[in-house]
Design a protein around this ligand. Structure first.
Ligand code: SF4
Length: 363
């Protein structure tokens, strides 16, 4: 399973689910979007397994993304989830900060967990490197690659022109023979980074008259948050709001202690406001309902979070003409696949690195 397979499905509603295995992490990166520590919360293993147990061969996400915190702090749970997902025909990807690589050895339970997932992704950035040297990470990736494992690197810089990105991509490409895809991102103002990374500031003129559709492809995959609440997107502010019980109704899909996959999948796919956000984007919907807003996701969380605005948008979205445009925009977004996703959300100058090692038809 190549990184491009995942990105190609990124706009497909409920093609995947993100499972936060734990908020805990032994590292202390200054940019950590989840502000993870070893004292962080984690959902009961039995509750996570119950939810995964509701996947069936006929109704399951194609991909299950295991994330944290550091998911490999719960290696047995990771292995059990990965085996269950494979049993019903799905595939798993795990993203790790690779704390174990710093010690030069992979503990047996971690090894079994890594073997059980279909794709292993490593986080690399200057903050991780202060605790886990890049060379140690690349040694582990090299071994996995030589064993035939699908692996990738999620590389994060401060800005698209951060010289660190250029140096690190050159090193990774050389050490791993250009066979490993690299997804390059930049630090977002979330979690611990919120305390030091400057905000984007208000968008001048971003009020009710913004009326150009700008679809949100991220309103497609459910995210199981630290407490078991299921949110409709992976925006960190949305995930944080879930933990505080402050999710707007359209972004709260349910809870894994009570809801099964079929219910979560149906809500993600068919809830009118989410359909509208995927097709038109939140700012356009808010402006159609006459609501002002000062940002893209802010329109989703604040403007559409207002019950009156949400109700007006709901009525608009049911008009036959609007439904027809929505369906057409939805088709266009989904047909764009990995390329469109990278164009919109990838990092300037590094987008093509996501395709390294890709062989058409191999996965
Ligand atoms: S627009 Fe809404 S659904 Fe899309 S990323 Fe922002 S908060 Fe999430």
């Amino acid at each position: 399973m190549h990184l491009l397979d995942l990105l190609a499905a990124r706009a497909e509603p409920a093609a995947a689910v993100l499972l936060t295995v734990t908020r805990r992490c032994p590292l202390a990166c200054a940019h950590c979007s989840t502000a993870s520590t070893m004292g962080g919360e984690q959902i009961d293993a039995a509750v996570l397994k119950r939810f995964v147990g509701t996947f069936t061969p006929g109704d399951r996400p194609a991909y299950v993304l295991l994330t944290g915190g550091e998911p490999l702090l719960r290696p047995e749970l990771v292995r059990e989830i990965a085996e269950r997902v494979r049993e019903v025909g799905g595939r798993t990807q795990l993203l790790s900060g690779m704390f174990f690589a710093a010690r030069g050895r992979t503990p047996a339970p971690v090894r079994r967990a890594v073997d059980a997932v279909d794709h292993f992704a490593a986080s690399v950035d200057a903050f991780h490197e202060r605790q886990v040297p890049r060379a140690a990470v690349l040694r582990v990736l090299r071994r996995l690659l030589d064993e035939g494992k699908d692996v990738s690197v999620q590389l994060t810089g401060l800005t698209p022109d951060d010289p660190y990105l250029r140096r690190a991509t050159e090193d990774i490409r050389r050490e791993l023979d250009d066979r490993v895809p690299i997804l390059v991102t930049v630090v977002r103002r979330a979690g611990r980074a919120r305390t030091w990374l400057p905000g984007p500031g208000a968008v001048p003129g971003a009020v009710a008259h913004r009326s150009v559709p700008a679809p949100c492809a991220l309103a497609a995959w459910p995210v199981v948050c630290f407490d078991g609440t299921v949110a409709a997107c992976c925006n960190q502010d949305v995930v944080d709001a879930a933990a505080l019980g402050r999710l707007p109704a359209h972004l709260r899909l349910g809870h894994i202690a009570r809801d099964d996959w079929a219910t979560i999948r149906a809500r993600q796919r068919s809830r009118p406001l989410l359909r509208g956000i995927r097709a038109f984007g939140p700012r356009h919907l808010a402006s159609l309902a006459g609501a002002g807003c000062d940002g893209y996701c802010a329109a989703c969380v604040s403007a559409l979070g207002d019950p009156g605005t949400a109700a007006r948008v709901g009525v608009l979205l049911e008009r036959p003409g609007v439904r027809a445009v929505e369906r057409r925009l939805d088709e266009v977004v989904r047909a764009g696949g990995a390329e469109a996703f990278l164009r919109r959300y990838g990092t300037e100058g590094y987008r093509e690195l996501a395709a390294l090692g890709y062989e058409a038809g191999a996965s």
